[in-house]
Design a protein around this ligand. Structure first.
Ligand SMILES: [Zn+2]
Length: 204
């Protein structure tokens, strides 16, 4: 079955949980998106029911997005679309409960809030159905950005001209902690939530 037909069928079953134009954000192409990804996106959204912004699906890159196997999302509280993003612990728990092969949470994304019209920090989530081979799967990770001093980067630093770099922390299947070998640092999930609290403090 091709992707266009798969999407039409999903809309008939579940309603238009994701429209063609939402999937087409930033040059996205429904026909290059794998039917199995569309199906998993629809089933998951139907299960959790949280308002969801798609920030990228297929895009012209080498990797899981370029293979039509990945989606990037921001989830909001019910009744709070583009106003109240889910807390990262909630986002992580939901996203890792559903059968995805790859789940990566980012603490350095931003969105324009509909109440004040300003850009705010938000957790964002990458989800994919890649089966491994070229990229190790299953895989879980969390990422955030540091400034040139190695401190947590503020939203202003991320948006501005200052030098910043995103670091990835991969979850161990053994102790559940998140590791960055280059930095030689490890975080438990609750330590990552402290990082999130700290980020919100320094953004103010
Ligand atoms: Zn992604």
């Amino acid at each position: 079955m091709n992707s266009q037909h798969a999407l039409t069928e999903l809309m008939e079953i579940y309603g238009a949980l994701f429209t063609r134009s939402e999937i087409g954000i930033r040059g996205g192409d429904v026909s290059k998106t794998k039917p199995a990804l569309l199906q998993n996106m629809y089933k998951e959204r139907n299960w959790h029911g949280y308002p969801t912004f798609l920030s990228s699906v297929w895009r012209d890159v080498d990797g899981v997005h370029g293979w039509g196997e990945a989606v990037d999302q921001i989830l909001f509280k019910k009744g709070g679309y583009m106003r109240q993003p889910l807390h990262p612990l909630h986002l992580w728990t939901l996203s890792t409960a559903w059968p995805w092969m790859g789940v990566g949470m980012y603490l350095d994304w931003r969105y324009t809030n509909r109440d004040d019209g300003k850009i705010h920090r938000t957790p964002g989530i990458h989800k994919d159905i890649h089966q491994g081979g070229e990229r190790s799967r299953p895989l879980r990770w969390v990422a955030w950005t540091l400034n040139s001093n190695g401190d947590l980067a503020t939203l202003k630093e991320i948006q501005g001209a200052s030098q910043t770099r995103r670091y990835f922390f991969y979850q161990s299947n053994e102790d559940g902690k998140f590791y960055n070998a280059g930095l030689g640092r490890q975080y438990s999930l609750s330590a990552i939530m402290e990082v999130w609290n700290r980020l919100n403090e320094i953004d103010d």
